[in-house]
Design a protein around this ligand. Sequence first.
Ligand code: BEZ
Length: 219
Amino acid sequence: MPGLTIGDTIPNLEVETTHGKMKLHDYIGDSWTILFSHPGDFTPVCTAELGKMAAYAEEFAKRGVKLLGLSCDDIQSHKEWIKDVEAFSCGCKVTFPIIADPNREIIKQLNMVDPDEKDSNGNQLSSRALHIVGPDKKIKLSFLYPACTGRNMDEVLRALESLQKAAKLKIATPANWKPGEPVVISSSVSDEEAKQMLPQGYQTVELPSKEGYMRFTKV
Ligand code: BEZ
């Protein structure tokens, strides 16, 4: 993904949203934030995705995460569309703001342009991009999906939990990890440090190399 990427600070853009004008850094404050774009209002995959985001909003809020949507449609369109989203998602309310970007300036600066999708007038559209932004306003993780493929909010939640755990302790989460399962201790942590850091202990998997780097613990 060229342009804005992991480790970069989200630009402090002034944006117009369904909740009024705001500066991105003011909205993020000291929280984790999920900033996600969709190609267009009143389209099937986007309606299903926004509905799922609305349904998961409470789970994200429990983890101290704010949500912020974005597409190139205008505010009036977003407000009308939200009624469809809420009806489709069995009444789950869209409580988070959605940015309007009819001039396509914001999607360019946030690296959310889909190179292949255009509207009926040939204007650019946003991809299904999603940045998980930390309280330091830096991007910790990005997803980039094309218009044909809706995102899986379980995966967004799982990735968020991994990031939040790794931000607290020198650990990482292995392939297919799910919350509650053991995590691995980062290679930069010595065995001595791991013993001090983890009073609950850890298990080292024996491998042919005998390097002892595959250390699992529960956190
Ligand atoms: C959809 O949300 O279904 C969609 C939006 C833009 C292009 C293709 C599909």
